[in-house]
Design a protein. Structure first.
Length: 174
């Protein structure tokens, strides 16, 4: 403990004074006074220890509160970072979603073919045949305006393997 701290704390000042008085009493051979001063010194030291314990507890509580605040701030930052990453991934997913062929649900295939056939009929084209376009799937939202399912229509066609006796044609309309 530095000398400045001793001067700032009244208990430390008293302890320092009593220690000095004890030395003087011992030099003067006043044993009764030495015993009384030593008892006072013990009491002051106990009081000082209690004071320091209370201060340590208060500091510990403040430290724990600061740690808790830092944990909460870290948690908030982690949540924000997770949300930002999640939003970024979802944004990437929505941009590349039309390229993901797995998203077409097989149970909607019939409805999708009907919608494609309605579009083909409106455009005076032939109807789709299951055998001719076995690898063709369509995905579109159900909130289309005009022709059912015509808004944002996305066709995903996979080449159909020709049988051995069929020749592959360069003309896609054959």
């Amino acid at each position: 403990i530095s000398r400045n701290q001793e001067l700032a704390d009244p208990l430390l000042q008293q302890i320092d004074n009593i220690t000095s008085f004890i030395k003087q009493a011992k030099e003067a051979n006043r044993l009764d006074e030495v015993q009384m001063l030593q008892e006072n010194l013990r009491q002051l030291q106990d009081e000082y220890d209690q004071q320091q314990t209370v201060k340590a507890i208060e500091l510990s509580k403040k430290h724990a509160e600061m740690e808790e605040m830092q944990r909460e701030q870290l948690q908030i930052l982690c949540e924000k970072e997770w949300k930002r990453d999640h939003k970024k991934k979802m944004s990437q997913h929505s941009r590349t979603r039309s390229l993901d062929f797995r998203e077409v649900k097989p149970d909607k295939l019939e409805l999708e073919r009907d919608s494609i056939n309605q579009i083909a009929e409106a455009l005076d084209l032939d109807m789709l045949q299951d055998k001719d376009y076995a690898g063709c799937k369509a995905a579109f939202p159900s909130d289309g305006v005009g022709l059912p399912g015509s808004k944002n229509l996305v066709l995903v066609c996979q080449p159909v393997k020709a049988s051995e006796h069929e020749k592959a044609s360069i003309n896609p309309f054959e």
